[in-house]
Design a protein around this ligand. Sequence first.
Ligand SMILES: *[C@@H]1O[C@H](CO)[C@@H](O)[C@H](O)[C@H]1NC(C)=O
Ligand SMILES: [Mn+2]
Length: 376
Amino acid sequence: MKFPLLLLLSFLSLALSHAGKEYTEEDISNLRQKWASEHPFGGISTFAHLPHVHCLTSPHEGFDIAILGAPFDTAVTYRPGARFGPRAIRAASARQSESRGFNVRAGINPYLSDVKLLDCGDIPISPFDNELALRQMTEAYKELMSRSTPSGRRPIIVTLGGDHSIALAALRGVNSVYGPVSVVHFDAHIDTWHPTKYTSSWPTLQSTFTHGSMFYLAYNESLLLPTSNIHAGLRSRLSGADMSDYADDDAQGWARISTDDIDDIGVAGIVKRILEHVGNNKVYLSIDIDVLDPGTAPGTGTPEAGGWTTRELIRIIRGIEGLDVVGVDVVEVAPAYDWAESTALAASQVVFEVLSSLAKKAGAALRVEAEARDEL
Ligand SMILES: *[C@@H]1O[C@H](CO)[C@@H](O)[C@H](O)[C@H]1NC(C)=O
Ligand SMILES: [Mn+2]
């Protein structure tokens, strides 16, 4: 009997040695002490080093605000390449982090607040079939918008585009929870173009879905509140020999602030017009990086000379921080045409400013709820 027992013991000790060293809580805490911190240039690239969760497949992981990539660019009218936007914006956000995230302009560190932020990764979107792509994006947004935050509210999704057409799917998602909303749209272009404004002798249903027509389609699907939408930063050429594009835009319920208006009414005047126009409505905030001057942000699909500086855009975004924003996109970053990450850097700063506003508002709402609970 002795021999088999010895054999058994030696097998056991072999098995234990494979299990490796035993760690105490103290060992683990020592390891954390030594290795947990990340340099800005290190680590796997998520937005601002936020934790990454594949949210679409993790329904039990609650979050208040999510970064979501929409790497899609097969609905563009000029330069493709925005499918690489989410990666580029994440990489350019590397110097943002919990430990260096206090926003002096906003007076908050969005990464050190009560509000739970995640990087939800990217939606897998077909690059071969735009009908399927739109269906995939729509389902993804509806799925994520149906989730609940840790305090039982609806989450806010901040999308990194992708070309601008992704906004149609995001608006469908927002609509599935809130019904029609106001859109505050920063862009050099109106993007309310009727699909027939893109001349083609080969009309198909699918070719009506583009990054210049998605707000027309959103209007057509009644996703927008009538007369409560506003563009800011417009300066592109229009179709034909008259203002009929603007007449169409009027008919779809939009007001317009041009790029040049900043010289006449300043940042404060622009902020005032946006706030007066949308008031207390729920707002979808859509920021096409081509609203910036291509000298600042060359890495984009349809650049238009003579735009705003990043500083001007940031000051406008800070000015409208009180809006009731329920969804956001920052789109049209196409890094192949970028210089020294400047477009991606501008986009990552814009996202930071937006996250600061969102975290400030959501944090205040959480505190009000907590106080109400304490009084019970
Ligand atoms: C939307 O487009 C369809 C097809 O062109 C049209 O029949 C319908 O009247 C449009 N709806 C609105 C609200 O414009
Ligand atoms: Mn656009």
